[in-house]
Ligand binder design. Structure first.
Ligand code: SF4
Length: 396
């Protein structure tokens, strides 16, 4: 790992031109949820102009470092956060204009996703975003139970969440994804089956699941430390994961990645850049990018990120060269995360090295489909165990 501030050596990357996938992090929220440790600054009225200028500076920095030509078509853009709906309409338009100064954004070919919080999204904002080029919306619903939403520290209730979905449709979004949290502590009562059915009734094109993890320095971690709430337990996590997968698959969604479900043809293209180990550029505080074999990450805090760019230092906190063994192991893990499973050549290599996939097949963790190992729901619950065993086999 290179120390913070070490010069980034674009010559080490295998990328001849700029990546075709772009992630942009908007680091502001009106309020911090009780479980969140993301790079987020609380702001009711975020400094959108300053953020857009910083993003533009970062784009210029990358193009100069990479020696890239302008005008390459972007396959995907993902504006995440934070709460990108606090960008408002002009903020998203401005962002689109700055991106279009460096890349070509094709109204048909470019998948452009933006995250929105139901509390700060409405049909008017959605229509302006559609006109700016956003064609896929990811709504942070998290639950359809008001008590659960309050416990999580979310700003919206069930009614606002369902209204936001219909407002997205009114605005012209055909591709809508909903986020849902599960695996909450045992003290938090919840009828998840009823919530899943209500989510299915909203008939969106995509859903993503997030198992709650307890991060240090969050109010949730403090509550657990003080004994005010019990820590989440693995049994509830597994039971809820199975339930959600069963319910969503029965409703016609494809469970195509550990945490993601899509109607046929509606898989998120942007995320495949991560799962395919393709190159992607990531802008904004705390954003992590990958220009194979170089992985880099930006300064975490917004104020320091902005200061670094204004001072002409670039956005990076650090970067590292991913070695070929590490890259291979990561590929195994990523292949098994998705329903394409593990490639046949790796299958043979591991079979010859002492991993015993037949045991996992017998246990129902893996199944063989068209000469590929594909994880089942039970396998996805045990992915770390499988990959650790394969990694051990690889080193023999
Ligand atoms: S809305 Fe998302 S990013 Fe913002 S505080 Fe809540 S969990 Fe964190």
């Amino acid at each position: 790992m290179r120390p913070a501030g070490a010069p980034f050596n674009a010559g080490e990357t295998r990328s001849a031109g700029p990546p075709r996938a772009l992630y942009v992090h908007f680091p502001f929220c009106a309020h911090r949820c009780h479980y969140c440790d993301f790079s987020v600054t609380r702001a009711a009225a975020p400094p959108v102009d300053r953020w857009v200028s910083a993003i533009e500076r970062e784009l210029a920095w990358w193009f100069e470092r990479g020696g890239w030509d302008r005008g390459a078509v972007l396959d995907t853009i993902f504006v995440g956060g934070g709460t990108p709906s606090l960008l408002g309409s002009t903020g998203m338009e401005e962002l689109g204009d700055r991106i279009a100064a460096w890349f070509r954004v094709d109204p048909v070919r470019t998948e452009w996703t933006a995250e929105a919080n139901p509390a700060s999204f409405d049909a008017r904002l959605g229509a302006r975003w559609r006109a700016a080029g956003v064609n896929r919306l990811s709504l942070g619903v998290q639950s359809l139970d008001d008590a659960v939403l309050t416990w999580l520290g979310r700003l919206h209730d069930r009614c606002r969440a369902t209204e936001a979905v219909s407002e997205a449709r009114t605005a012209g979004f055909e591709r809508v994804s909903l986020d849902l949290m599960f695996g909450l502590p045992p003290d938090v009562a919840r009828d998840l089956a009823a919530e899943a059915d209500a989510l299915v009734a909203l008939d969106v094109s995509h859903m993503s699941l997030y198992g709650l993890s307890v991060e240090p320095r969050t109010p949730l971690a403090e509550w657990i430390r003080m004994g005010r709430v019990r820590a989440p337990d693995e049994d509830r996590y597994a039971a809820e994961y199975r339930l959600l997968s069963r319910r969503l698959r029965a409703a016609g969604y494809e469970h195509y990645e550990v945490s993601n479900f899509a109607r046929p043809g509606e898989r998120c293209r942007h995320n495949w850049s991560y799962w395919n180990q393709s190159s992607y550029l990531a802008l904004g505080p705390s954003a992590h990018g990958f220009l194979p074999p170089i992985r880099s990450w930006n300064v975490f805090r917004w104020d320091r990120y902005e200061r670094a760019l204004l001072a002409g230092h670039g956005p990076l906190e650090g970067w590292e060269r991913v070695g070929s063994a590490e890259e291979e192991l990561e590929r195994i893990w990523l292949d098994l995360r998705t329903d394409r499973g593990l490639a046949p050549e790796l299958m043979e290599e591991f079979a010859g090295n002492g991993a015993r996939p037949e045991d996992w097949i017998e246990a129902g963790w893996l199944e063989e489909r068209e000469r590929r190992w594909v994880a089942t729901i039970e396998g996805w619950l045990r992915l770390d165990t499988i990959v650790a065993a394969l990694a051990g086999a690889e080193r023999r």
